[in-house]
Design a protein around this ligand. Sequence first.
Ligand code: CP
Ligand code: NVA
Length: 320
Amino acid sequence: PCPSRATHFLAINSLSRQTIKELLMRAYRIKAKTKERSAMHRPFEGLQLGMVFTKPSLRTRASFEAGFQRLGGGVSYFVPADIQLGKREAVKDVARVMSRFYDAIVARVHDHKDLEELACYSGVPVINALSNYNHPLQIMSDLLTITEHFRCRDNMLEGKKVVYVGDCNNMVTSWLMLASRIPFTLGIACPKSLDPPDAAALQLARTAGLSKVVVAHHPADVLGGADVVYADVWTSMGFKEQEKERLRHFQGWTIDSAMLARTGKNTTVFMHCLPAERGREVSDEVMEGPQSIVFPQAENRQHMQMAILWHLLRGRKRLP
Ligand code: CP
Ligand code: NVA
């Protein structure tokens, strides 16, 4: 049994549709306030965030640090060598020590079980900043970006088609989890010779019956009608020894202008969680082209994550 009584943020499938909607609306409000650059808007004043990362990061670190500090809070960031989670110190001990200093713990890990153990023993909310299993902060932020771009926040993704092209990794699992909570069309193209999407997440999305989910082995089979074409690296962090081998499986899978045109719509946008490897999963032309919204997408990490923190911390302090 888990001693923790805190509410954590580990996966999208534990959120209700109502909570997803509330987080989205809160993110819009926080973004508007942040853009005002008001020195008065400091909802996190007096709160401290502890961040433990066992993999590299630009966006996740920057968005939490800049966002939380801008809104009045303090942040400590631990690089992999500092804590050596589970090596120098047991995960459950790290959880209990950090809970004594911080109001929330943000953790990026290899094995998702480490996050679950942190959450189990932490007295404060634990937030998943990416594991090999999923990356919920990214996909929740992408929901903000897509609804902003298509001006459809009231309907969220209803009526939209998102097509993911590439490796069936942590990002796909989070997309499937979102598809199990709110309705939209999700197309996934992954090479047949690599791992299929996470079976449990796929079943969850299908049995929920809200979204149409199509899995194919070639991008051409799912791209038609896509509003969003989404890419990620072909080799995720922690899997670099497979890189050469993987390049073979992805021959011809680069999202270039010709591939993007397969959607048949000139309103399609290109998204990528970043970092991107130009010339591999996406061409430089598409990254830099008019359909790419990857940089507003990166910025929105901050606003959605502050909304998630607001939601988790509102009981800890009466947040304005
Ligand atoms: N997309 C994303 O999580 O980026 P980082 O790995 O740089 O944090
Ligand atoms: N799938 C990638 C996402 C990086 C943000 C990885 O896990 O490395």
